[in-house]
Design a protein around this ligand. Structure first.
Ligand code: C2E
Ligand code: CA
Ligand code: CA
Length: 499
């Protein structure tokens, strides 16, 4: 199920990534087409503006005889722009006076007229084989005409995903510098109209489908999206999908023995020797921790799995501790957490008694319960605690001060130890200061005749303060982290007495 959901997440990431790539490619195609059209048009507008400026002083001369002075003037104006090939005066269809010093017939589709006109001519006699863009300013049969090279336009008509062209009248100029008749119906092109002159530019994208282009230009994008999708799916499976699926796995994990005991040493801070351990559950599967106890203990409580969980844990504790008994001090404290609200505790009670019997007299099994609703005088759990005490087990009230046990019924609970919660220990200031809360908890324990264990002792200063107040039994990272059974064995042999 988790794998399936993670695959779904990966698929979603892949689809979203692909959609973004597709949109980007489509937009970049459109963006490039519009950029190309703009480039061609701005070049054409500039050429034609230069052409108009060159022609304007000559319009009055149209129709006048072609003298050497007039030819000289035509040549002079032609030199205004490098792209002007020639300036011609025409009469009817004949260029009778020209900067190129030739006279010739103007080809189709040129027709003399009374206005400003643009033509694409496949060629004119002075430059055979080279198309020209002709710009004529006419007044009736006569007029001035500038012929412009198409080369600077054509150079701008291609981009790697499409082509552009220029159209005026019934002719089009293509990027291979050919002039053709405009096809009657022309699909697949986008038109861009000039606001200044009578021509338009068209663009045509390669008609490959976007997906094909996408694969050509965006292969690596796809590969990257695929990898991201796989990574996303894996991360989801590893981190996000774990908690909801845990409940289904926890029962299985208990059966398979994946819930194992770790042992955190409880130290005698006065002697620096190990006084005992607290058993802390860990969920280890395939060599790594699946979830922390705060998560899976709450889950087990919610699903009524605490009894089976604690029972498997206790059987592992027996097999872990029994071989170590010859390493242990005369009296060895073994704290076992118990939270079994609402479950049938009879088998567990028997297991606890058996554990004590099997471990022998040196080992004191101390059941740790937290202040919570079921741990009130007269409840089923408290009855069990009473019976366990009669069997020689001891009871500690865990996390004292964080729950809601009233002082009144604290004195009526069957207790031997009070565990000062790590929250209060963390709040401890330096050795001199007044630490009211801790001090009063310690005083209260004394008055009730209870021994105190401080947990979460992390610093030398905290340890010193507590010892100064008579709290010898201490637990925390200052002394040791919770240890696996093997690490505990090593600790007892090498490290346990060195503090
Ligand atoms: P807890 O019974 O109060 O256990 C002490 C917790 O404090 C442990 O967390 C321990 O690793 C942590 N601790 C120890 N020394 C230090 C320290 O110096 N500083 C700090 N900040 N923390 C320290 P862990 O193992 O994560 O267990 C969390 C809680 O889960 C336990 O709190 C206990 O309520 C519950 N739990 C763990 N194992 C069992 C179990 O077998 N049965 C039951 N019923 N509850 C368990
Ligand atoms: Ca505890
Ligand atoms: Ca605690």
């Amino acid at each position: 199920m988790r794998t399936l959901t993670a695959a779904g997440v990966a698929l979603l990431i892949f689809l979203a990534g692909s959609a973004m790539l597709t949109v980007r490619t489509a937009f970049s195609q459109r963006g490039q087409a519009s950029q190309t059209a703009t480039r061609v048009m701005s070049r054409a507008d500039r050429l034609l503006t230069e052409a108009r400026q060159a022609m304007e002083p000559l319009t009055a001369r149209a129709g006048q005889p072609c003298t050497a002075a007039l030819q000289h003037q035509l040549e002079h104006q032609r030199l205004r722009s490098p792209y002007i090939q020639g300036i011609h005066l025409y009469q009817g269809r004949r260029a009778y006076c020209s900067s190129t010093l030739e006279t010739f017939a103007l080809p189709e589709p040129f027709t003399p007229g009374a206005r400003e006109q643009l033509y694409l001519l496949p060629e004119i006699p002075p430059q055979p084989g080279a198309p020209v863009l002709a710009y004529a300013l006419g007044k009736g049969e006569s007029g001035v005409m500038v012929t412009l090279s198409t080369a600077p336009l054509v150079r701008r008509m291609t981009w790697h995903e499409g082509v552009a062209g220029l159209q005026t009248g019934t002719r089009v100029l293509l990027p291979d510098n050919r002039v053709m008749r405009l096809p009657p119906a022309w699909g697949g092109v986008t038109w861009w109209y000039s606001g200044l002159f009578d021509y338009s530019v068209f663009t045509r994208e390669f008609r490959e489908p976007v997906m094909a282009r996408l694969w050509q230009t965006g292969k690596w994008g796809f590969v990257l999206t695929g990898l991201l999708a796989l990574a996303g799916g894996w991360l989801c499976r590893r981190y996000l999908l774990t908690p909801p699926a845990l409940s289904g796995q926890l029962g299985e994990a208990i059966r398979k023995g994946e819930i194992v005991p770790y042992y955190q040493p409880v130290m005698n801070a006065e002697t620096g020797r190990v006084h005992g351990v607290e058993v802390l559950a860990r969920w280890i599967s395939g060599g790594r921790e699946v979830a922390g106890p705060d998560a899976f203990i709450a889950l087990a409580e919610a699903h009524g799995l605490m009894v089976p969980l604690t029972r498997t844990l206790l059987s592992r504790v027996l097999s872990d501790i029994q071989p170590l008994t010859f390493r242990l001090p005369e009296v060895f404290h073994l704290g076992v957490n118990l939270s079994v609200a609402g479950e049938d505790v009879r088998e567990l009670e028997r297991d606890l008694i058996k554990l004590k019997e099997n471990l022998g007299r040196r080992i004191r099994v101390v059941v740790e319960v937290t202040e919570s609703a079921p741990v009130v005088p007269g409840s089923q759990v408290v009855d069990m605690l009473q019976r366990l005490r009669l069997e020689g087990l001891q009871v500690a009230l865990d996390d004292f001060g964080t729950g809601y046990a009233s002082l009144a019924h604290l004195s009526r609970l069957p207790l031997d130890f009070l565990k000062v919660d790590r929250m209060f220990v963390r709040a401890l200031q330096d050795l001199e200061s007044e630490n009211v809360l801790v001090d009063s908890i310690i005083a209260l324990a004394g008055q009730l005749g209870l021994k105190v264990i401080a947990e979460g002792v992390e610093t030398k200063c905290q340890a010193g303060y507590l010892l100064g107040r008579g709290v010898r039994l201490q637990q925390g990272y200052r002394w040791s982290q919770p240890l696996s059974a093997r690490a505990l064995a090593r600790y007892l042999i090498w490290g346990g007495t060195s503090h």
